[in-house]
Design a protein around this ligand. Structure first.
Ligand SMILES: Cc1cc2nc3c(=O)[nH]c(=O)nc-3n(C[C@H](O)[C@H](O)[C@H](O)COP(=O)(O)O)c2cc1C
Length: 353
């Protein structure tokens, strides 16, 4: 039997298989980095440097707020102390160089911010330090009721344009799904030359503590339930944008990885599953994909990728709407409601023992 080809292309880079380590502290330790590569992890994204950290180190200010101006004292106190970041900006570049020389798989830097301003120039330093690509995370919860979606999308396009102009390495953009017309946002970024889209940012959502009447920040690792939204958008975009597609969020098992590839992902980023099970989980992901392809009769990943996408569907919106309506009209079957009513009735009709 011909060997199975798991190789894939992402951002123009050739990868041995589609499973890569997403932006996280996983690359902060060189021993972990080597273990990731040994287990078959095909590329690594470093944790992000934040716009706020970069501008604070460069100018002493965050979002133009002067720390000597008392009106900003409270808001500035919410940000981490400069000393509490895992790495300073200089150390980040040094870590990137070290990771690059420790492994032979591609290594990507990551920036995290919201404005098309001077901090973006740091991208050049990441390129010069040897990154094979840059991932830009646009993480913003827009709370200003005067800010329109048009303005937000314009800023986003501006950032992508600036990065593409300044860099020669490929640029991937990690996005949230919370746009009125996400497909249009994706296509515009694709037209501007973004090399990849990473779907989706996972917002850290604070809870409410009813005992202390306080907002309670909390961080949970993801579960497979979060994958479904990503599968939908991978399937919608596959074949309709030129750039690469990566999934991030909710890939907890080998089957989740296979689903993402079938929907249309070029690569599958993983963080939570690796923090839970350790770097060796990459070997399981790869081996299970190979086994599944063998059993299903696929010889190459190219035959799997996007097999279940909507690219050949004439009107994907009508399909989505029809699926939604059918699911609601069959709700009792989906939820096992009738079966549970019958079980209750049978229980009640039994004579008491
Ligand atoms: C501890 C931790 C640190 C993270 N740090 C970053 C980061 O620096 N930059 C970033 O873009 N995403 C970061 N993420 C988000 C992950 O890259 C990823 O998008 C998210 O965890 C969803 O993927 P998962 O379901 O595989 O965990 C972090 C996630 C975790 C759990």
């Amino acid at each position: 039997m011909a060997p199975i080809d798991l190789s894939t292309a992402y951002l123009g880079l050739r990868l041995a298989n589609p499973f890569i380590a997403g932006a996280s502290p996983l690359a902060d330790n060189l021993d972990t980095v080597r273990r990731l590569e040994d287990a078959g992890c095909a590329a690594i994204v470093l944790h992000s440097l934040f716009e706020e950290q970069i501008s604070q180190e460069a100018t002493g200010r965050i979002q133009h707020m002067d720390p000597l101006d008392r009106q900003f004292a409270k808001i500035l106190s919410y940000y981490p102390e400069p000393s509490s970041y895992a790495l300073s900006t200089e150390q980040y570049l040094e870590q990137l160089r070290r990771v690059k020389s420790a492994v032979s798989i591609p290594v990507m830097g990551s920036l995290n911010g919201t404005t098309a301003e001077a901090w973006l120039k740091f991208a050049r330093l990441i390129q010069e330090a040897g990154a094979d690509a840059l991932e830009l995370n646009m993480y913003a919860v827009v709370t200003d009721l005067d800010e329109s979606s048009l303005a937000i999308e314009r800023e986003l396009r501006q950032i992508a344009e600036n990065l593409k102009r300044d860099l020669t390495i490929p640029v991937a953009i990690k996005l949230s799904p919370f746009f009125t017309a996400f497909g249009n946002v994706a296509r515009e970024l694709d037209k501007l030359g973004a090399d990849g889209l990473v779907l989706f940012n996972r917002f850290f959502q604070p809870d409410v503590d009813i005992r202390y009447l306080a907002v309670a920040p909390h961080l949970e690792l993801s579960s497979s339930a979060e994958l479904l939204l990503r599968l939908r958008w991978l399937a919608i975009l596959r074949g309709r944008v030129r750039c690469s597609l990566a999934v991030t969020g909710g890939v907890a098992t080998p089957n989740d990885g296979i689903k993402a590839l079938l929907a249309g992902a070029d690569v599958v980023q993983m963080v939570s599953a690796i923090l839970r099970h350790g770097p060796s989980y990459f070997a399981l992901m790869r081996d299970e994909l190979r086994r599944w392809m063998e059993v299903s009769g696929f010889g190459a990943l190219a035959d799997v990728r996007g097999r279940l996408s909507l690219s050949n569907m004439e009107r994907p919106s009508a399909f989505e709407r029809a699926q939604y309506m059918r699911t609601l009209s069959d709700w009792s079957t989906w939820l096992g409601y009738e079966a549970s009513i019958r079980a209750h009735e049978e229980d009640e009709s039994k004579p008491p023992s």
